[in-house]
Design a protein around this ligand. Structure first.
Ligand code: FMN
Length: 315
């Protein structure tokens, strides 16, 4: 039985947290396609105390969205602990702590990946959240801040009581450039007893299998490869279970998947023109006529106009 703490998971496939993308609708559809666990967009722990409406929007969930890891960012033990209690009350099955985001928006507050340069503080923060909630607490890190220290951080995180650790195998300094160094995931896995979620550059079922085999990690987290391509979870399931390799998805399949996602966006009350534009562009990537379609997407001024384009003239 696959588990993180006491939370049971149906497979080894995890949807990555992606700010501006992995909202409730996106997560629900990712699960339909096979994701066994999904992470929310990152939620500002300090913001819980002054902009609760915005936080509620960032972390809306429902019964179809389980199991769900709600990701918090922050650098203060007291607010992180209090925010963790609140998101558990709001439905989180797992509380995840962001120690991997390299953006200045977080690092100027000493949060995100900046914490990796302060192992002692990492321990304090994780202990504080673990003691505040009854659900499993997980931590998402990078290989390090400007140099690799993931193994040291992983030991601290485990000793502080976390139930799993995600390793995005790039330093913060690398941002998204260069190749992820999976060797770091392997070393973390060898060092700790808690489940390890490997992350970085998994863009196909074969790469997912390779990450599991080469690093020994317990779960594989997929981010960018799921943009406009939620099929990747189903393709991984098919490949893991039957060895079937899906070569490509047709224009019709992509159009259907886009409209399906859009219907869910509408049903959960999260259907903004900007989101439909973003998904329409991603789902058309690589298709003949995709460029012309994306240019037209940019000219549509209302959701109704854009929907009509997707239905009647998708690539
Ligand atoms: C648009 C976007 C938003 C992201 N937002 C978050 C976030 O909120 N929290 C986080 O821990 N990582 C975030 N990430 C990083 C991803 O979770 C993941 O670690 C990274 O993309 C590497 O995985 P991949 O190669 O499968 O994309 C984001 C990545 C992207 C592309």
């Amino acid at each position: 039985m696959l588990k993180i703490g006491n939370v049971k998971l149906k497979n080894r496939l995890v949807l990555a947290p992606m700010a501006g993308v992995t909202n409730l609708a996106f997560r629900i559809v990712a699960r339909w396609y096979g994701a066994g666990l999904a992470f929310s967009e990152m939620v500002d722990a300090d913001g819980m105390f002054y902009d609760i409406q915005r936080r509620k929007k960032e972390f809306a969930t429902n019964a179809e969205d389980a199991p769900i890891a709600c990701q918090l960012f922050g650098a203060r033990a007291d607010t992180l602990a209090e925010a963790a209690k609140r998101v558990v009350d709001m439905g989180a099955d797992i509380v995840d702590m962001n120690m991997g985001c390299p953006s200045f928006k977080l690092s100027r507050k000493n949060a995100g990946a900046k914490l990796l340069s302060q192992p002692e503080l990492v321990g304090v923060l994780v202990r504080s959240v673990v003691s505040a909630v009854d659900v499993p607490v997980t931590v998402k890190i990078r290989s390090g801040w400007d140099s690799v220290n993931a193994v040291e951080i992983a030991r601290v995180v485990e000793a502080a009581g976390a139930s799993a650790i995600t390793v995005h195998a790039r330093t913060a300094k690398m941002m998204y450039g260069g190749a992820a160094d999976w060797e770091v995931i392997k070393r973390v896995k060898e060092e700790v007893g808690i489940p390890v979620i490997g992350n970085g550059d998994v863009a196909s079922p074969l790469r997912a299998r390779e990450m599991l085999d080469e690093t020994g990690c317990d779960f594989v987290m997929i981010g960018r490869a799921a943009l406009g391509n939620l099929f990747i979870f189903r393709d991984c399931v098919e490949f893991f279970e039957k060895g079937t390799v899906m070569v490509e998805h047709t224009k019709e399949e992509r159009q259907r998947a886009l409209l399906e996602l859009w219907e869910v966006c509408k049903s959960v009350g999260d259907a903004r023109l900007s989101d439909l534009r973003m998904h329409a562009c991603w789902f058309s990537k690589g298709l003949t006529g995709g460029r012309r379609f994306r240019e037209e997407v940019g000219t549509k001024k209302t959701v109704a106009e854009l929907e009509e384009l997707v239905v009647e003239n998708f690539c």
